[in-house]
Design a binder for this molecule. Structure first.
Ligand code: 5GP
Length: 178
């Protein structure tokens, strides 16, 4: 499939994604039974993953959306500014952050620092994808959908220059044809 002149090929089909979601949800349901978790969905990229995952969560839980943007020089400072901030009622709760992908880890490290100010009881991370080779910050991801190579992916909520979030499967940039 071509998006903005770049060629992308399928990495995960809708069926494969559904299996990953089932596995992640089962682990979260088992680990957080009786803990009334509070899910924080990182907008925008995680919205499709979150909507699939959360519908497989069978234990009582809370949910909110957060959106943080990086400001100039973020790559070096690792600071984030709130667009939709963490709600104050996460205080004392067992938080599960729902993220699309942890790449360098800079965004997640900065967000974890921010989240600490809101005094949650515990914090876990559920990320659909992780790119271990790209990691520049040590970030422990508790629930990983799939570890991928250091290549650009698109679809299932993730965009390329504003396009492709609606693609239901996960695509990867086909470097051989660029
Ligand atoms: P990090 O701070 O970990 O480097 O970056 C995390 C954010 O970068 C993700 O939430 C995502 O929005 C974006 N990102 C990282 N890798 C990819 C990728 O391969 N494809 C897309 N579409 N976004 C990515």
């Amino acid at each position: 499939m071509k998006v903005k002149g770049r060629n992308f090929v399928e990495m995960l089909s809708e069926e494969e994604i559904a299996k990953i979601i089932d596995r992640m949800a089962s682990a979260i349901n088992a680990d957080l039974e009786g803990k009334n978790p509070y899910f924080l969905v990182m907008m925008n990229g995680a919205f499709i993953f979150a909507s699939d995952l959360l519908r497989k969560i069978t234990i009582p839980c809370g949910l909110a959306f957060v959106r943080y943007s990086s400001y100039e020089g973020m790559k070096t400072t690792g600071k984030v500014v709130p667009v939709i901030p963490v709600p104050a009622d996460v205080k004392g709760r067992n938080v599960v952050i729902i993220e699309d992908i942890v790449d360098t880890g800079i965004t997640m490290e900065a967000f974890l620092k921010e989240l600490k100010n809101f005094s949650p009881e515990s914090v876990r991370i559920a990320s659909f994808l992780t790119k271990p080779e790209a990691r520049q910050r040590e970030v422990l991801v508790d629930y990983v959908g799939k570890e991928i190579e250091n290549k650009f992916v698109l679809g299932y909520g993730l965009d390329y220059d504003g396009l492709g979030r609606n693609i239901p499967s996960l695509l990867v940039l086909d470097e051989s044809t660029q």
